[in-house]
Design a protein around this ligand. Structure first.
Ligand SMILES: Cc1ncc(COP(=O)(O)O)c(C=O)c1O
Length: 410
């Protein structure tokens, strides 16, 4: 039995929705489906600004660019994340400052204050695997008078906010909650990813959500971000296509980051069933694994929820093997893969990657990141994974880990 690590949900309802774009609306680039998807996201998350884009990466760049971040500014990210969390800031010329993580894989608020300087303009906590970062603790730090006084605003938006921007890397966390508040509403800006392996996909894509103080006008912010996603153009091709509506302006040096309608159609078919069907199914798989590994003395099992009302979106099942060296973990993965089960590691710490290492970031400055990485294995978790497949994953993983542990003991 071959079990891939991930598989996008492509069923009749997705095909019907894409067909509607191809056959009925006849519109492929950003148009009615994108507007509908933005409406669904606002309804689902409770935010009042949602702008669909063509990836998390470009969405995060749009937000940072909109907030006026560029050369000379610093952006704080956890050392344990995917490269894009850092690249979105670096590609705008900003300098990235890395911070270690807690045992839940999320940015450690206790290490945050020391990383903040007068140049810090944004913090990007990551909701890794769908478990949300500690936003109350992070916001408490950026709102503290001492940190606020050191903030040196540049431009209208930074003056309006009057402090460091908190941009949530929610690539994994659509549908998650932090202390009973939905992902999307816990930071100033939140970007979800709709990449093929995510809980909701548009092939490639993402959405920028804002949750700013009332001194920011939602409609104005939406229009500006939308224009920024269209090379700074005030109208999409769909709007310009209306009779007599040809004239437009370019109001800023934007990016080309808009989502095509044909992609939005895939996501629309999924988000409509997300809360009641797709998300509960993911949580059931997560709970199945939790229970199945609970009798293994070596297993450090990720949590789905806590009694503060935080609930994961069950994006990844990030299993940890206790006291595991990196080479033992790699040997376990080799054995698992040999049996036809696809697993993955989330993530290789940024300072271990050539780009960041060559820039001078050092793994020894992030000891918990290194420790967590060494024993981490992510198991298959997606809609449509059958009980038989889950049982097989558990059997193969247990067997592979126990064999490596036994080999070490002899
Ligand atoms: C934590 C995290 N942030 C950002 C991204 C980038 O997302 P995208 O591929 O939509 O740009 C990913 C993608 O895997 C991710 O896992």
């Amino acid at each position: 039995m071959q079990i891939p690590f991930s598989k996008p949900l492509i069923d009749e309802s997705v095909i019907r929705e894409v067909n509607d774009s191809l056959v009925n609306t006849g519109w492929l680039t950003s148009g009615p489906k994108v507007l509908e998807l933005e409406k669904e996201i606002k309804h689902f998350t409770g935010v009042n600004v949602a702008v669909c884009v063509n990836s998390w990466t470009s969405g995060a760049m749009l937000v940072l660019r909109w907030f006026g971040i560029g050369p000379g500014d610093e952006v704080i990210v956890p050392a344990y994340t995917y490269a894009a969390t850092s690249l979105c800031a670096m590609n705008l010329g900003a300098t990235v400052v890395m911070v270690d993580v807690c045992d839940d894989f999320c940015l450690d608020p206790e290490k945050l204050a020391d990383a903040i300087t007068p140049k810090t303009k944004a913090i990007i906590p990551v909701d890794i695997g769908g478990w949300m970062a500690d936003y109350d603790a992070i916001l408490k730090i950026v709102n503290s008078p001492e940190i606020k006084n050191r903030f040196t605003p540049k431009g209208k938006l930074q003056e309006n906010l009057g402090r460091i921007l908190v941009l949530s890397d929610a690539a994994h966390s659509i549908g998650a909650s932090y202390k009973e508040r939905k992902s999307g509403t816990c930071a100033d800006a939140t970007v979800f990813s709709f990449h093929s392996v995510k809980n909701i996909t548009t092939g490639e894509g993402g959405v920028v959500c804002l949750n700013l103080p009332t001194t920011f006008d939602p409609e104005e912010s939406y229009k500006y971000l939308k224009a920024l996603s269209l090379n700074g153009q005030t109208k999409s091709a769909f709007e310009k296509n209306q009779p007599g509506a040809w004239r437009y302006d370019i109001i800023d040096q934007g990016l080309k980051a808009n989502m095509p309608d044909i992609c939005a159609a895939v996501g629309l078919a999924q988000i409509r069933r997300y809360e009641n069907v797709l998300l509960p199914e993911r949580k059931r798989i997560f709970e199945f694994y939790q229970k199945a590994f609970s009798d293994q003395p070596w297993a450090i099992i990720p949590i789905l929820q806590n009694d503060l009302g935080s609930v994961s979106s069950a994006h990844l099942f990030m299993l940890r093997i206790m006291n595991c060296s990196e080479s033992d973990r790699d040997e376990i993965i080799r054995r698992i893969s040999e049996k036809g089960v696809g697993v993955n590691v989330h993530y290789i710490p940024l300072p271990m990657l050539s780009l960041f290492r060559n820039l001078g970031y050092k793994l020894e400055n992030y000891p918990n990141t290194h420790q967590l990485y060494k024993g981490e294995i992510t198991l298959p978790l997606y809609n449509g994974l059958t009980e038989k497949e889950m049982e097989r994953v558990v059997e193969v993983v247990k067997d592979s880990v126990n064999k490596v542990i036994q080999a070490k003991a002899t």
